[in-house]
Design a protein. Structure first.
Length: 531
């Protein structure tokens, strides 16, 4: 189908979660849409892939409901079989599995076993976690009204949503009051760096306390699609195609002209739109906009945004191993659940010191060994959820640690990027082999590595970030107030909206769904008013 110079009601750039959500809702309203994705397949940071009979999740390990996911699927008429995604937490040889809200007591006990002289401080921290989790429960403990219809769901609005709105506004202000780095927050209760590390080192640098300390609550809200996380993506793609939306993969946008309402791709095709939703990397959006804007207010707003973006950094990225093991699933199931956060020591990863980005190779290698020996590992076993996701009596492991983009880039410049991957593979496998999974090293049949550079290349995210903007920068170029999240999708241009992880901070899977829906709603209302 030749799309050159055709006019679409909406063109969506970016086939990740936000773009697919917007496309699904717009096609449901019978709007004529084109979804453009630069990769061969849609999905972005949510995908599954096959390797030698093993199915691995290439992005997030499970899907958080947050009062959004299941409501959205029901409203779109999509049926996916989900199973609970039980989460385990481990320190050294001890592992707990989160069952319900009372599991916070188990976590407190676990920490107290390893830091017995700090029991009082741990009790205070646990009390704060309980308080913050209760606030988060109000935020997410209802079907999100953004995904409901006030007429169709009138009874639910009257009995649930309207009473909830007052609680929401009250708690939103309380949550905003806790919007400062989790490590700084924990320092109010203890000066023990190792304890703070063990609690916080699997969160991104400077993650807000209101987000990080509610995670035990959020872990209980994770779910896994049978067949892998990619099943969710395929269901959205199928719906968009069924509703006569057009999806163009392997298509990269090279120019955006707001005043002409056109975009151009790398094959020199021009596409015309009434509205555009940019659900891709935000720096790319402002880099590709032509310089023919004449309205002074629009120019000023665009230049202000461009200046903010120049100083902005992406959030932490991750380094991931995809391990094919000949050990049976039962071996791992006896230790932990299908989603496992494991800390091999109580020294804390601060013991590794500052990241030696400009130091010699030997210093970098020493730092890597210390960091990977002491940081927290996120481990996922797809086959423990769905027995079809690995060959019989074998197990695929997805093992991730937070990892710095700048360090990875510097090592690539210095010419030992492949050696970095090999060293990390060996150290991570050895760490797990010598602690919680003895025998793992000898069982490895194959291993693949993904670094921040891999994520940047495959998903197109700035600096390989998987969670939007860095919390460390002074002026985040995105909305970060819960009470104003509806403004997050606006841009200086009347015919361009934005969605995805770069539009609101802190970001995550629910934010991608919400911003995709918000952008589609605003455009759908405008399109209907024209008819």
């Amino acid at each position: 189908m030749d799309k050159n110079n055709q006019i679409f009601d909406v063109i969506i750039v970016g086939g990740g979660i936000a773009g697919l959500t917007a496309a699904a809702y717009l096609t449901k309203e019978n709007h004529r849409i084109l979804l453009v994705e630069k990769e061969d397949e849609c999905g972005g940071l949510v995908n599954s892939f096959e390797h030698n009979g093993f199915i691995f999740d290439g992005g997030i390990r499970a899907l958080e409901n947050a009062g959004v996911l299941f409501t959205m699927l029901r409203k779109l008429g999509i049926e996916i079989e989900f199973i609970p995604n039980n989460v385990s937490l481990g320190i050294r040889d001890d592992v707990i599995t989160l069952q319900d809200e009372n599991s916070l007591e188990d976590y407190k006990y676990l920490l107290s076993c390893y830091f017995p002289e700090f029991k009082d401080e741990i009790s205070e921290i646990a009390a704060e976690m309980k308080k913050i989790s209760s606030l988060m429960d109000i935020q997410y403990g209802i079907e999100n009204p953004i995904f409901l219809d006030p007429i169709e769901d009138r009874k639910y609005f009257l009995t649930n949503v309207f009473p909830w709105m007052f609680k929401y506004l009250f708690t939103a202000f309380k949550m905003n009051a806790l919007d400062f780095p989790v490590r700084d927050y924990l320092h109010q209760f203890t000066d023990n760096t190792a304890l703070i590390d063990v609690i916080s080192q699997h969160f991104f640098t400077d993650t807000p306390a209101n987000f990080a300390l509610s995670y035990l609550k959020l872990y209980l809200d994770y779910h896994y699609p049978m067949g892998g996380t990619g099943k969710f993506i395929q269901s959205l793609v199928n719906l968009i195609v069924k509703n006569k939306g057009t999806i163009s993969t392997a298509t990269e946008i090279t120019e955006i002209s707001p005043h002409k309402s056109t975009i151009r791709d790398n094959q020199n095709n021009t596409y015309r739109f009434n509205y555009l939703i940019w659900a891709a990397d935000q720096k790319t959006l402002y880099r590709l906009i032509d310089n023919k804007i004449t309205a002074p207010k629009v120019m000023d707003a665009m230049h202000e945004k461009q200046q903010l973006l120049k100083k902005a950094k992406g959030n932490n990225s991750i380094l991931t191993l995809y391990i094919a093991s000949c050990l049976p699933p039962s071996y791992f199931e006896e230790v932990a659940s299908a989603h496992f956060f494991y800390t091999p020591t109580i020294a804390g990863d601060s013991i590794a010191g500052r990241i030696p980005i400009k130091k010699p190779r030997r210093e970098k290698e020493k730092w890597l060994d210390k960091y990977l020996g002491n940081t927290t590992y996120e481990i996922s076993f797809p086959v423990l959820r769905d027995a079809t996701l690995a060959p019989p009596n074998k197990t695929g492991l997805i093992v991730s640690v937070l990892f710095d983009y700048s360090l990875t880039k510097e090592i690539q410049r210095n010419g030992w990027y492949d050696a970095l991957k090999k060293r990390c593979e060996q150290k991570m496998i050895t760490t797990l082999n010598n602690s919680i999974f003895p025998g793992l090293a000898d069982s490895v049949e194959d291993v693949l590595s993904s670094t921040p550079l891999t994520i940047q290349e495959k998903a197109g995210t700035f600096q390989g970030a998987i969670n939007g903007w860095s919390y460390s920068i002074e002026n985040i170029p995105a909305e970060n107030r819960l009470t104003r999240i509806t403004n997050a999708v606006n841009t200086p241009f009347e015919n361009i909206y934005q969605a995805g992880m770069w539009t609101y901070s802190p970001s995550g899977f629910p934010v991608a769904l919400i911003t995709g829906k918000l952008a589609s709603d605003q455009i759908s209302r405008k399109l209907k008013s024209l008819k």
